[in-house]
Design a protein around this ligand. Structure first.
Ligand code: CTP
Length: 404
């Protein structure tokens, strides 16, 4: 079903990045109405928004007045996303000021509303802005945490517009759930993602094809649902999920250390990473050279510790829920589910998300499909869909275990 998305754009230099957000929404089949403020049009002109959305755009309430746009656009929206959201725009939204088409739209909308702020650090940290953000969040709006980094001019700090891909992902996650019920509010969760590398020498490593997408989707989904999230990321080249603490690691040993540190006191740990099961027994400090006699080096491997089994056994917090992943194929010894049930018991975790990889790889794909097995004997089938959709089912299952 086509959803009606209103993309509000307020007047910041990051307005040009909203073009990419618009493109992603349009390409995924949504009907997008762009409502720029007058200042936004100083940065990116109306023809750009009209061409990308396929619709005329207006900033004030005096166009097509017979259609009563100041009320109709908000009323018919399934999602209003404001990106970039300036300090001024959020102040108006928090206080119910309606002096142009976008602020009128915000006042008439009854759908989920997401703000992606962008401003200088001083403006973001100002008590007035912080109070306005708190008011908007209390009312159920999602205000994405700004990113840290280079700002306009020579400044760096917190206040950068989050990556457009990330804004799109957060907004579509909110749209898919019809809002952001903060059912993970007050919970601290840890997610691992990506594939580890085990070095043979300073330039060569043994690795795997895990992209990290499922782990990143899990981290983002938990943050949207209100959790405090630590994402331990092994070699993934994806933008940081907004509002998530990212710890970067390379090897399985580093991953283990980071997971154990973050898991202490955490309510849930989800091991979506693909740690290498083996590492070279000896890692050379110098680059390994070809031998003059043409002989090839022999690589001896040592098994890595099983992090999932370790945290499942130790439980670093009372009532902690531990989730593992398994990519399985059926063979002469049993089907996918037989192997998965054995793995669930062997690892000792509460939930095991099982991918059947018999028919081909899921690596790098935007979609996933899985069966979630519970240590209590439960089985939930998740049909093919986005990695965000699977993430939300996994968090639903985790929350159910918190309750019990
Ligand atoms: N895992 C882990 N530490 C490892 C290897 C795997 O924590 N050294 C975790 C993964 O993050 C995943 C789960 O264990 O959540 C399943 O990994 P998998 O490779 O399927 O398990 P293995 O025990 O290696 O089983 P297999 O022999 O089938 O490869």
């Amino acid at each position: 079903m086509t959803s009606h998305v209103v993309l509000g754009v307020s007047g910041g230099i990051a307005a040009y990045k909203a073009c990419e957000v618009l493109r992603r929404f349009s390409e995924s089949g949504h009907d997008v109405t762009v409502v720029p403020t007058a200042s936004a049009l100083e940065f990116v002109g109306a023809p750009t928004w009209a061409a990308l959305s396929g619709k005329p755009v207006a900033s004030d309430v005096w166009n097509q007045v017979h259609e009563v746009p100041h009320v109709r656009i908000g009323q018919s929206a399934d999602l209003v996303l404001v990106a970039p959201a300036t300090a001024d725009l959020m102040a108006k939204a928090a206080h119910g000021i309606a002096d142009d088409l976008l602020t009128n739209t915000l006042l008439t909308a009854r759908c989920p509303v997401v703000f992606a702020p962008a401003m200088h650090t001083e403006m973001w940290e100002h008590p007035a802005t912080q109070a306005n953000v708190a008011t908007l969040r209390e009312r159920g709006c999602v205000v994405i945490e700004p990113a840290e980094g280079r700002l306009t001019g020579a400044d760096t700090g917190k206040g950068r517009l989050p990556d457009p891909v990330e804004i799109y992902e957060v907004a579509s996650a909110v749209l898919a759930r019809g809002g952001a019920a903060l059912d993970l509010d007050g919970r601290r969760v840890v997610v691992s993602a990506g594939g580890t590398r085990e070095y043979l020498d300073p330039v060569r490593f043994l690795g795997n094809r895990s992209s990290g997408r499922q782990g990143y989707a899990l981290a983002r989904a938990a943050a949207v649902r209100g959790a405090e999230v630590t994402l331990i990321s092994a070699n993934a080249s994806l933008p940081d999920p907004a509002g998530v603490k990212v710890v970067r690691v390379e090897t399985t040993a580093e991953l283990r250390e980071a997971v154990l540190a973050a898991a202490a006191g955490a309510d849930a740990v989800v091991m979506a990473a693909a740690p290498a099961d083996f590492r070279p027994t000896h890692s050379s400090e110098a680059k390994i050279k070809k031998a003059d006699d043409g002989s090839s080096p022999v690589v001896e491997l040592t098994q890595n510790p099983d992090i999932l089994a370790e945290i499942s056994g130790d439980r670093l917090a009372e009532g902690q829920v531990v989730v593992g992943f398994a990519a399985e194929t059926g063979d002469a010894d049993g089907g996918v589910l037989d192997h998965a049930r054995a793995k669930l018991a062997r690892k000792g975790c509460d939930l095991l998300v099982v991918n059947d990889v018999s028919g081909g790889a899921v690596f790098g794909s935007e979609e996933n499909q899985a069966v979630i097995l519970g240590s209590d004997g439960s089985l939930a089938e998740v049909p093919r869909g986005t990695k965000t959709a699977l993430s939300n089912v996994i968090w639903d299952q985790v929350i159910r275990r918190f309750a019990s």
